[in-house]
Write a protein that binds this ligand. Structure first.
Ligand code: CP
Length: 316
């Protein structure tokens, strides 16, 4: 891909999927798909972001997102710095703002941030001149996860428009759910959510989704994709379900349940999965599960996003 052919994103940072246009989403998905080819090469590297310095600022645990961003950055030839709060001077009392200001003084171009507090990526745009990408802010948004989910669904079905996608699980505490809802709705999908009442946000209908409290009804009514969510235990401040067994009995995506569908249902999960809690092991490993393909697309779509934001502002 050459800079002279690069269409421009309207957004300058990727803070969330709310208010991201259909054109911008399509451009990020198309660009991500074009980078998939690079990942198949023996030497998986292009010089696109040569000379750019990207800091991965992670204040929360991560496996997929952190590694996918780092691989994406290195495959675009960027200089990469990984910051983890543990082992940093945060433990000596340095504030978040001072940490960022010190890192920025070292001349950086982009920050990829994961933080337990909603709104941290927006705050960064006020205190930093770097381009900001949200890698998950509390229970608020996880836009790159939504983009890789949409890329995976679009690759499977050839479209997003009118596809029936249901997010199943702990909707209240899921940043993946909110970003998927915003993105999928913008792209014309028919979006529903399903979960226990104790894990359903008040006024969720105002997001323009159908709400189910029974997973068997979702399957009965016909659905193309189930995006299964983990219970976000680290964000629970009360006991919202009696036991893993009880949760699995009423909301677990199992082979027996899926067997009642007249056609195969495609299974997504952002990970990490809790086998035999929200998803049974045989479903997670089945031919209809795209869980590991999501992970591959996570590298490609992040390459696309980094490329589009990292070269924005350059003259064509
Ligand atoms: N999907 C996701 O965000 O996974 P990690 O927490 O491992 O990054």
């Amino acid at each position: 891909m050459t800079e002279t052919l690069t269409p421009k994103l309207k957004i300058s940072h990727l803070l969330g999927m709310e208010n991201v246009s259909r054109e911008d989403i399509t451009l990020m998905l198309d660009t991500g798909m074009s980078f998939r080819e690079v990942l198949e090469r023996p030497i998986k590297k292009v010089p696109t972001l040569n000379g750019k310095t990207i800091v991965n600022l992670f204040f929360e645990s991560s496996t997929r997102t952190r590694i996918a961003f780092e691989l994406a950055e290195r495959r675009l030839s960027a200089d990469v710095v990984n910051f983890a709060a543990s082992g940093s001077s945060v433990s000596k009392g340095e504030t978040f703002k001072d940490t960022v200001k010190n890192i920025e003084a070292m001349k950086i171009d982009m920050i990829v941030v994961r933080h337990e507090s909603p709104g941290v990526p927006q705050f960064l745009t006020r205190i930093s001149d770097a381009t900001i990408i949200n890698a998950g802010d509390g229970a608020h948004e996880h836009p790159t996860q939504a983009l890789l989910d949409m890329m995976t669904i679009r690759e499977k079905f050839g479209k997003l428009e009118k596809l029936r996608v249901c997010l199943v699980g702990d909707i209240s505490h899921s940043r993946v759910a909110l970003s998927n809802i915003y993105g999928l709705k913008t792209m014309g999908a028919k979006v529903s959510v399903c979960g226990p009442k104790t894990m359903m946000p008040k006024f969720v209908e105002q997001l323009g989704v159908n709400v189910y409290y029974n997973i068997d009804d979702v399957i009965h009514d016909g659905v193309d994709v189930l995006n299964v969510l983990r219970i976000q235990r680290e964000r629970l401040h009360a006991v919202l379900f009696p036991s893993n067994e009880e949760y699995n009995k009423y909301f677990g995506v199992t082979k027996k349940r899926l067997g009642k569908s007249s056609k195969p249902i495609t299974i997504l999960h952002p990970g990490p999965i809790n086998r035999d809690v929200e998803i049974s092991a045989d479903v997670a490993d089945s031919e209809h599960s795209l869980i590991l393909h999501q992970v591959l697309n996570g590298v490609a779509v992040r390459m696309g996003i980094l490329f589009l934001l990292g070269t924005k502002g350059k003259a064509n």
